[in-house]
Design a protein around this ligand. Sequence first.
Ligand code: PFF
Length: 464
Amino acid sequence: MNETKSKDTKVFASKIGAILAAAGSAVGLGNVWRFPTETGANGGAAFILIYIFFMLILGVPVMLTELAIGRHGQKDVMTSFEKMSGGRKGWRLMGLIPVVAGLLVLSYYAVVAGWTMYYAYEAAINGFAGKDAGQYAQDFGAFSADPIASVLWMVVILVMTAEIVALGVQRGIERAARIMMPLLFIFIVVLVVCSLTLPGASKGLSFLFMPDFSKVTGGTVLSAMGQAFFSLSVGICCLCTYACYFRKDVNLVQNGFSVAIIDTMVALMSGLIIFPAVYSIPGLAPDAGPSLVFITLPNVFQTAFGSVPAVAYTFSLVFYLLLVMAALTSSISMLEMAAAFFVERFGWKRPVAARSVGAICVVLGTFCALSFGEWQEVTLFGMGFFDLFDFIVAKLMMPVGSFLMCVFVGYVVDERVLRNELTNGGVLRQPLYPVYRFIIRFVAPVLIFMIFANELGMFDFLKK
Ligand code: PFF
């Protein structure tokens, strides 16, 4: 532990570093892959409006709560909960959430992150050119079912992630975010501009921005809430872990809103890349499901820019590199959630903790990767390992964790401690504080209960 301190101060060096690291965690495959998929499946603009509403009413308040709890302790999540509760030891147990969730979420996220890396490689060697439409589906099926290839690419991602975390909070996590996040924005802007020049652009735009509320069902509303959660990384103490490294002068409210705005912009811009491109090909529909990014898009990019092969090549490469970077800044935060626990609670050296967590994820992730091929038939509670891990994290731990956090700060924590944290000891004026407090006590717990109930199928009758 001492070594960690001497080599790397356990605090984000700058305010912008703190914002970029938190935004790096939030911006990920959830924005560039899950958001367009969900938007496509749920009818476009109406889904987006509802999603933004839930971001504001639910995502941001829970995020501010996590930031306040983490920054209050300034050490690790366990200490933060205990300190914030006024010394009640039982609340320490909340500190176990990030360890378990971190290991589980990274294990399946790394599988998809590995796919993106393989696709970046394929794009780099011009592997998408000259195929016919059916071949993209065949190739993806063969790759994801190949035990060696899919595990290998997952290991590449996990090794990179672990080595970055091993470097420390400033030299690893903060530096990675400072390099990758600006690059990611540049890539996105370039791709949006290219995509908007395509012939189908206006159709794609109206799909994204012209709401058709007749498509809204109970299921749409609840999916939008779930997406807001996943996209902001809230509910499993990920941002709480990062907030332990925030300096006392960081404005948590400003940080939280900045992250939410960046996250939403990236999601919308991913839509601006994907939908105009998809609509530029006659006969293609955007509701292609999770295969959108790995089957539909490689085909779309080749066809849409087919007249200028160099543009098709560059567009594909930049798009998959963008996905890799988005995945990496998120996977770093996932690995840190678990590694921080071993560093702080057991005094392990940071590189040892980071590599050990990485190694555990290689084992767990192998189970997830193989569930697309060799072990397709192996199920637990009716799900393959990949789906099971996703279910436990996104559908159980995130809502339950958020609910507990709202109850904690809404009813257990001394209100002055909370206000103090969010106003930096009274230095900052936070005029929206009463609104936040109301939401966190009365609105968020009810909404979260609804998501939870939905995920468990209690609202299935609403989905037609
Ligand atoms: N928010 C990330 C994304 O949109 O891809 C995913 C994520 C990161 C979820 C970190 C949970 C987490 F703790």
